[in-house]
Design a protein around this ligand. Structure first.
Ligand SMILES: Nc1ncnc2c1ncn2[C@@H]1O[C@H](COP(=O)(O)OP(=O)(O)O)[C@@H](O)[C@H]1O
Ligand SMILES: [Mg+2]
Length: 620
């Protein structure tokens, strides 16, 4: 199979599963046929069914007038009622003419079949098809590329982390059919800028008038705390400073790093006037080369250092433009303060919860602009300080959890290979279960302790970094503090205060929650349905063990923590109910909200829906 068909198959799987989980085809149970029944009706059909007794065929009339049908083989899932049988085709039929569909053709038929539902939202539908197409060809390029997974444990801390970012980037956000699409990147740019291709990126720099800059809490004095000081080795700092002096702007301006793609495509359009006035000036200096991480616009340092870099980059990823507004960083600062407080309130968290320092940032903010304006969001920079001690410790390895939930194409390698070798465990299903149990124990211990005190981080696999130390899952390192979710009554009863997040009036926010159940939503969705589910499925595939055993082990860990952490009786009963007893779980809707948004502004569009409770599916 070539890479394009592999990519199409991967995207198709996520697409159909996502549509089914979101009840896209309606709330009613789907009309399903036993495979034998379907075959009897269509003896001439190409191969579709795999022969397992639990399999069903969904035969959907997508166009009654023209008598067009689509047939898909489904099987019961753990996190959703039905999922597409992996590897099976999606068949279209009109009279006796059969063909296999790719994701874009399939979706076109879906939209035609469901036309009235989308009324006048042609823009949303067209955009969706376009991003779906991008998702397939960009996935194909990534599948074709081989991440270098040799000698992992011989790499120093920073190199190891960079390799794991490349690995994590191969899949991006799991189970999202459009995740790999970075809308705005041409093929050559995709291969130049996506993390997995491991290409050096030469940063550009722009001088910005000092009085037009807003700074984070950590930027006490612009004369002392400026980006180059953290991002460049001394020799390069001097060369950049020399250019500012030559231009006669060393007293008036500060140099901000800019992603070269942003420099070329976005600054002229968004901030042309500021450049024309000389408030912002392009610099020639471009000697610092960095590497992308799994978030694409967050970059490694260009020399041995714990200071990483986050930049705005106006490409669309997951339906949102990746700009970097001051307001997000202000809220991130408020969250970071809470995260430090929570560490002091729980001695276990003090040992196991690690934090990046995201207090140093600079954002272009002309006097007439407000925090909610678009243009200034495209010119800013944040220095993300990783804990130096963790990077330097030879026994320590940092890895985004997404690297554990991403299979390497064409290889059966996994970090658990290294972990088992280090612990001298035989490569068996039991060893995999042991390590997976330890991983879950640490990850959920940190999350549930934070939850007890009224907060939850945005712990999908890209933000949540495992701190592995001498063969143990020692802790969790959080980055990306702008989306800490809170329940204020629990914060205040534990001596913390409402951080007073800046939120645009009249706009929905996802930071404050009305009920503890609503805060738990983030644990169920991002932590379990996205992050840990991807790890379960990857381990099941790589080490050939049933996913149900891993889910069972997760359940045991959660039950144990629910007893051992000092929840009050009410909270414990609530969690017990939501996780194990409730027949349905909440779920993040991705596709419908994205179509409705039709490309408008804002962060990743999502809605709330419901799916089956995975732990109850285990018993079924
Ligand atoms: N496992 C994952 N889950 C969610 N997003 C991911 C994942 N892997 C990669 N990503 C990408 O990371 C980006 C989110 O990171 P972002 O918040 O923009 O930067 P950072 O995390 O460096 O602050 C998204 O564009 C998304 O495509
Ligand atoms: Mg992130």
């Amino acid at each position: 199979m070539n890479f394009t068909s592999m990519a199409a198959e991967q995207v198709m799987q996520d697409l159909i599963d996502c549509l089914l989980a979101e009840h896209f085809f309606g709330p009613e149970p789907l009309p399903l046929l036993a495979a034998g029944q379907w075959r009897q009706a269509h003896p001439e059909a190409p191969a579709l069914e795999g022969g397992e007794a639990y399999e069903r065929i969904w035969d959907w009339c997508c166009d009654a007038q023209e008598q067009r049908f689509i047939s898909i083989a489904l099987r019961p899932g753990i996190t959703q009622q039905w999922e597409k049988v992996p590897g099976s085709p999606v068949l279209a039929r009109q009279e006796q003419r059969w063909s296999a569909l790719g994701p874009v053709d399939f979706m076109k038929r879906v939209f035609t079949g469901m036309g009235p539902r989308f009324g006048d939202n042609d823009k949303g539908l067209t955009l969706f098809l376009e991003v779906l197409h991008i998702s397939v060809w960009q996935t194909a390029l990534s599948l074709e590329h081989r991440v270098d997974d040799q000698n992992l444990m011989a790499q120093d801390g920073a190199t190891f982390l960079r390799t794991m970012e490349q690995w994590a980037s191969l899949r991006d956000r799991p189970y999202h059919p459009l995740a790999k699409a970075k809308q705005g990147l041409l093929q050559a740019e995709y291969q130049q800028y996506q993390a997995e291709f491991a290409q050096p990126v030469a940063l550009n720099w722009v001088a910005v008038r000092k009085d037009l800059l807003q700074g984070g809490e950590g930027v006490t004095d612009l004369a002392q705390v400026y980006p180059a000081r953290y991002l460049l080795p001394e020799a390069l700092q001097e060369r950049l400073a020399a250019e500012l002096r030559e231009r006669g702007i060393d007293a008036s301006h500060v140099a901000l790093p800019v992603h070269p793609w942003q420099f070329e495509h976005v600054l002229p359009a968004q901030l042309g006037a500021a450049f024309a006035r000389g408030d912002c000036q392009r610099l020639d200096f471009s000697e610092a080369t960095v590497f992308a991480t799994s978030s694409l616009r967050s970059m490694t340092p260009c020399f041995p250092s714990a200071d990483y870099l986050k930049l705005p980059m106006a490409i669309y990823s997951l339906g949102a433009s990746r700009y970097l507004p001051a307001v997000k960083m202000i809220n991130g600062g408020l969250s970071e303060a809470l995260l430090h407080q929570v560490r002091r309130l729980d001695p276990v968290l003090e040992q196991t919860l690690h934090l990046c320092d995201e207090s140093k940032w600079w954002a272009f903010m002309p006097p007439e602009a407000t925090l909610f304006d678009e243009a200034p969001r495209h010119l800013s920079a944040m220095v993300r300080g990783y804990p130096q001690a963790l990077l330097d410790d030879p026994d320590c390895r940092l890895l985004p959890m997404a690297a554990l939930g991403t299979p390497l194409p064409g290889s059966n390698r996994h970090f658990f290979d290294e972990w088992m070798a280090y612990r001298q465990l035989p490569v068996t299903a039991d060893s995999v279960l042991t390590l997976f149990g330890e991983l879950c124990q640490r990850f959920f211990d940190v999350n549930l302790r934070m939850f007890r005190l009224g907060m939850l981080g945005e712990v999908h696999g890209q933000n949540a970094v495992l701190v592995w130390k001498a063969g143990q899952a020692q802790g969790l390192l959080l980055r990306d503090h702008d989306s800490l979710r809170i329940f204020v009554p629990w914060l205040t009863r534990n001596g913390m205060a409402d951080p007073q997040y800046r939120i645009k009036k009249g706009h929905a926010n996802t930071l404050y929650h009305q009920r503890p159940e609503d805060l738990l939503f983030w644990l169920q969705t991002l932590a379990i349905q996205v992050n840990v589910r991807a790890i379960i499925d990857t381990l099941a595939q790589v080490y050939a063990l049933p996913a149900t055993r891993l889910w069972g082990s997760l359940r045991e860990v959660l039950e144990g923590l629910l007893q051992s952490i000092e929840f009050d009786a009410e909270a414990r009963a609530m969690i017990q109910h939501q996780l194990f007893e409730a027949p349905r779980w909440p779920q993040k809707l991705l596709l419908t909200p994205m179509i409705e948004r039709a490309g408008g502004p804002g962060s990743m569009p999502f809605g709330k829906g419901e799916v089956v409770n995975p732990f109850q599916r285990l018993q079924a």
